[in-house]
Design a protein around this ligand. Structure first.
Ligand code: ADP
Ligand code: 3S4
Length: 328
């Protein structure tokens, strides 16, 4: 039976941070990564930092994003494109006559520092997956969701994931479950300056003469991560992440994209000085945030450095993949 504005699925997904950072995509529509990368899904302890998305049926095509109505259009990164592709299949699966009815969406981001496009794409994907299940080829589906976010797989699958690409298609798999990282906390430190869109990075990084070298380094680092997991060397994963952050930002700065501002740099220098006393690692992705990974036992020490730099940090944990609220 069809009821007006009937909700058909609801999902939650967590934002992500790169471990081997991604820079460079095939084009703005398909957003296929130009090189291998790795990342983690994150949230706070209560998993309240997240995207929540629901799909419902209505007699007009509409969508709401953080409470604001968005118009259906075919512009790039539009959730409507994905919904339209799977709409008939969904109606058929639900046994509802499609005529003059549309699948609409409502999506809310909660407390996300960066990586919202990943959780946005993954939550939408999980809504569709919870209805279509095994009718979907997950590799093809990930590549459809990629039109909203190039690193959607990180959020869809959760934990520590790697994404491998042949520049025609990219496939993500979890290489370490989220709960093996329980001894680590990530202190997310946001800085007030607004972020640049990730496309600014993607468009410019490929102009570097050293880009093809970067492609090789990223692939080697992704391979290394997998062997570190096998050997249980979890600290070293985040040491690679810091090394990768440093290479990445050096490279994007060389092509005119500066993310790490003076205040962020001062804070990073304080963190690096403290690394002589106790273990930590830092990561900066495309947003104006510094993520400091530490052992739980040293959290207060990192917190003191952050508060000393006038930060209002958020305690974060590595998180699982996207979850359906209908059939968890
Ligand atoms: P971020 O690091 O937050 O992913 P980006 O610049 O890569 O930053 O992506 C921002 C874009 O992600 C937004 O302009 C929007 O197109 C998309 N996005 C963010 N949240 C959602 C959501 N909940 N559902 C769908 N798309 C989203
Ligand atoms: C620039 O798709 P962000 C980057 O690997 C894009 O996390 C990822 O980060 C780098 O814009 C990365 O999502 O913060």
């Amino acid at each position: 039976m069809y009821k007006k504005e009937m909700e058909i699925s609801s999902s939650t997904a967590f934002p992500t941070i790169g471990i081997v950072l991604l820079g460079g995509i095939s084009d703005q529509n398909r957003r296929i990564p130009m090189h291998d990368s790795a990342g983690i899904a994150y949230s706070d302890e209560k998993q309240s930092v997240r995207t929540v998305t629901s799909l419902y049926i209505s007699d007009i095509r509409e969508g709401y994003f953080n409470g604001n109505k968005i118009t259906p259009n075919n512009s790039y990164r539009s959730p409507f494109r994905i919904i339209e592709k799977y709409e008939s299949q969904i109606f058929e699966k639900l046994g509802i006559v499609q005529k003059n009815r549309f699948i609409c969406f409502r999506s809310e981001n909660h407390g996300i520092l960066s990586g919202s496009s990943d959780s946005g794409a993954a939550a939408l994907g999980k809504c569709i997956h919870s209805i279509l299940g095994n009718d979907l080829n997950l590799e093809d589906f990930e590549n459809d969701l990629r039109s909203v976010s190039e690193s959607v797989g990180r959020s869809f699958y959760g934990g520590l994931t790697v994404t491998e690409t042949d520049r025609k298609m990219a496939v993500t798999r979890t290489v370490a479950d989220w709960n093996i990282f329980k001894d680590f906390t990530i202190l997310g430190c946001p800085f007030p300056e607004p972020r640049k869109p990730s496309d600014t990075i993607h468009e410019n990084i490929v102009k570097s003469n050293l880009y093809e070298e970067r492609v090789k380094t990223a692939k080697d680092r992704v391979r290394k991560l997998e062997s570190l997991i096998k050997d249980g060397k979890l600290d070293e994963i985040f040491e690679i992440a810091q090394e990768d952050t440093e290479d990445y930002h050096r490279m994007i700065e060389s092509v005119g994209v500066k993310i790490i501002n003076r205040d962020m740099r001062n804070f990073i220098e304080d963190i690096k000085a403290s690394q002589k006393e106790f273990w930590s690692s830092y990561i900066v992705t495309g947003g104006t945030n510094v993520f400091v990974v530490c052992h739980n036992r040293n959290l207060e020490k990192v917190m003191d450095i952050a508060v000393g730099n006038a930060m209002k940090p958020l305690k974060l944990k590595i998180s699982p993949g996207a979850k359906s609220m209908d059939n968890p």
